[in-house]
Unconditional design. Structure first.
Length: 163
Protein backbone atom coordinates (compact mmCIF):
# COMPACT_ATOMS: atom_id res chain seq x y z
CA UNK A 1 0.00 0.00 0.00
CA UNK A 2 2.89 2.38 0.75
CA UNK A 3 5.87 2.90 -1.49
CA UNK A 4 9.43 1.92 -0.66
CA UNK A 5 10.38 5.58 -1.00
CA UNK A 6 7.90 6.53 1.74
CA UNK A 7 9.37 3.90 4.04
CA UNK A 8 12.85 5.23 3.32
CA UNK A 9 11.70 8.76 4.16
CA UNK A 10 10.14 7.62 7.43
CA UNK A 11 13.34 5.80 8.38
CA UNK A 12 15.44 8.87 7.56
CA UNK A 13 13.27 11.26 9.57
CA UNK A 14 13.07 8.84 12.52
CA UNK A 15 16.84 8.42 12.54
CA UNK A 16 17.56 12.14 12.23
CA UNK A 17 15.25 12.77 15.18
CA UNK A 18 17.59 10.73 17.41
CA UNK A 19 20.68 12.74 16.47
CA UNK A 20 22.16 15.82 18.10
CA UNK A 21 24.36 16.84 15.18
CA UNK A 22 24.13 16.95 11.37
CA UNK A 23 24.73 13.63 9.65
CA UNK A 24 26.40 13.04 6.32
CA UNK A 25 24.60 11.20 3.57
CA UNK A 26 26.86 8.20 4.18
CA UNK A 27 26.07 8.12 7.93
CA UNK A 28 22.34 8.27 7.23
CA UNK A 29 22.58 5.58 4.54
CA UNK A 30 24.42 3.17 6.83
CA UNK A 31 22.09 3.68 9.80
CA UNK A 32 18.85 3.49 7.80
CA UNK A 33 19.92 1.05 5.07
CA UNK A 34 18.72 3.42 2.39
CA UNK A 35 20.92 3.12 -0.72
CA UNK A 36 23.25 6.14 -0.96
CA UNK A 37 22.32 6.60 -4.61
CA UNK A 38 18.64 6.97 -3.66
CA UNK A 39 19.09 8.80 -0.37
CA UNK A 40 19.87 12.15 -2.00
CA UNK A 41 16.58 12.09 -3.90
CA UNK A 42 14.62 11.41 -0.70
CA UNK A 43 16.52 14.07 1.27
CA UNK A 44 15.83 16.63 -1.48
CA UNK A 45 12.09 15.93 -1.31
CA UNK A 46 12.13 16.18 2.50
CA UNK A 47 14.10 19.43 2.21
CA UNK A 48 11.72 20.93 -0.38
CA UNK A 49 8.83 20.24 1.99
CA UNK A 50 10.45 21.79 5.06
CA UNK A 51 11.12 18.59 6.99
CA UNK A 52 14.91 18.42 6.68
CA UNK A 53 17.61 21.01 6.16
CA UNK A 54 20.99 20.22 4.67
CA UNK A 55 24.27 22.10 4.63
CA UNK A 56 27.30 21.32 2.51
CA UNK A 57 30.92 21.44 3.53
CA UNK A 58 32.90 20.83 6.68
CA UNK A 59 30.54 20.24 9.62
CA UNK A 60 27.71 19.98 7.11
CA UNK A 61 25.06 17.34 6.87
CA UNK A 62 21.33 16.91 7.32
CA UNK A 63 19.15 17.65 10.34
CA UNK A 64 15.42 17.92 10.98
CA UNK A 65 14.03 21.34 10.10
CA UNK A 66 11.68 21.27 13.08
CA UNK A 67 11.26 19.23 16.27
CA UNK A 68 10.17 15.59 15.95
CA UNK A 69 7.01 16.31 17.94
CA UNK A 70 5.97 18.68 15.12
CA UNK A 71 6.51 16.18 12.28
CA UNK A 72 3.72 13.71 11.57
CA UNK A 73 3.65 10.66 9.36
CA UNK A 74 1.17 12.63 7.26
CA UNK A 75 3.78 15.37 6.71
CA UNK A 76 6.27 12.79 5.48
CA UNK A 77 3.71 11.03 3.27
CA UNK A 78 2.62 14.30 1.68
CA UNK A 79 6.25 15.20 0.98
CA UNK A 80 7.08 11.88 -0.66
CA UNK A 81 4.00 10.02 -1.85
CA UNK A 82 0.87 12.11 -1.20
CA UNK A 83 -2.25 10.35 0.01
CA UNK A 84 -4.74 10.65 -2.81
CA UNK A 85 -8.40 11.00 -1.96
CA UNK A 86 -11.07 9.99 -4.46
CA UNK A 87 -13.28 12.96 -5.29
CA UNK A 88 -14.65 11.97 -8.68
CA UNK A 89 -15.15 8.69 -10.50
CA UNK A 90 -11.65 7.34 -11.27
CA UNK A 91 -13.09 5.67 -14.37
CA UNK A 92 -14.46 8.95 -15.68
CA UNK A 93 -17.99 7.56 -16.03
CA UNK A 94 -20.27 10.45 -16.95
CA UNK A 95 -23.23 8.80 -15.23
CA UNK A 96 -21.40 9.00 -11.88
CA UNK A 97 -20.45 12.66 -12.17
CA UNK A 98 -19.12 13.77 -8.80
CA UNK A 99 -21.08 11.07 -6.94
CA UNK A 100 -18.90 8.14 -6.06
CA UNK A 101 -20.16 4.61 -6.57
CA UNK A 102 -20.26 2.46 -3.40
CA UNK A 103 -16.85 0.91 -4.16
CA UNK A 104 -15.04 4.20 -4.71
CA UNK A 105 -16.85 5.77 -1.76
CA UNK A 106 -15.57 2.95 0.48
CA UNK A 107 -12.05 3.30 -0.89
CA UNK A 108 -12.11 7.05 -0.24
CA UNK A 109 -13.37 6.50 3.32
CA UNK A 110 -10.50 4.08 3.89
CA UNK A 111 -8.01 6.65 2.61
CA UNK A 112 -9.60 9.21 4.94
CA UNK A 113 -8.92 6.86 7.89
CA UNK A 114 -5.31 6.37 6.81
CA UNK A 115 -4.89 10.12 6.38
CA UNK A 116 -6.30 10.83 9.85
CA UNK A 117 -4.19 8.11 11.44
CA UNK A 118 -1.05 9.55 9.85
CA UNK A 119 -2.01 13.05 11.03
CA UNK A 120 -2.31 11.76 14.61
CA UNK A 121 1.16 10.16 14.80
CA UNK A 122 4.30 12.23 15.28
CA UNK A 123 7.84 10.94 14.94
CA UNK A 124 8.45 11.82 18.61
CA UNK A 125 5.36 9.81 19.54
CA UNK A 126 6.60 6.78 17.62
CA UNK A 127 10.00 6.93 19.26
CA UNK A 128 8.54 7.35 22.75
CA UNK A 129 6.40 4.20 22.61
CA UNK A 130 7.74 1.47 24.91
CA UNK A 131 9.42 -1.15 22.75
CA UNK A 132 12.50 -3.33 22.65
CA UNK A 133 13.30 -1.76 19.28
CA UNK A 134 12.87 1.70 17.89
CA UNK A 135 10.73 2.03 14.76
CA UNK A 136 12.34 2.37 11.37
CA UNK A 137 15.87 3.11 12.50
CA UNK A 138 18.82 2.10 14.56
CA UNK A 139 18.74 2.93 18.26
CA UNK A 140 20.30 6.20 19.43
CA UNK A 141 23.21 8.19 18.10
CA UNK A 142 25.31 6.02 15.81
CA UNK A 143 28.20 6.98 13.60
CA UNK A 144 28.49 5.27 10.23
CA UNK A 145 31.66 3.36 11.08
CA UNK A 146 30.24 2.02 14.36
CA UNK A 147 26.92 1.02 12.81
CA UNK A 148 28.50 -1.09 10.11
CA UNK A 149 31.06 -2.56 12.48
CA UNK A 150 28.39 -3.72 14.89
CA UNK A 151 26.12 -5.00 12.12
CA UNK A 152 23.12 -3.03 13.37
CA UNK A 153 20.02 -3.17 11.23
CA UNK A 154 16.91 -0.96 11.30
CA UNK A 155 13.42 -2.25 11.95
CA UNK A 156 11.32 -1.98 8.81
CA UNK A 157 7.63 -1.31 8.20
CA UNK A 158 5.78 -3.94 6.26
CA UNK A 159 5.51 -2.19 2.92
CA UNK A 160 5.13 -3.48 -0.56
CA UNK A 161 7.32 -2.52 -3.46
CA UNK A 162 5.54 -1.18 -6.51
CA UNK A 163 5.60 -3.58 -9.39
Amino acid sequence: MFSQTLEYAMRIVAHLSTQDEPLTTRQIAVATEVPVSYLSKVLQALNRNGLVTSQRGLHGGSVLARPADQITLYDIAQAIDPIRRITTCPLGLKSHGTRLCPLHKQLDQTMELVEQSFRDVTIAGLLSEPSASKPLCDVGPVHASRASAKGRRPVQLGVTKRR
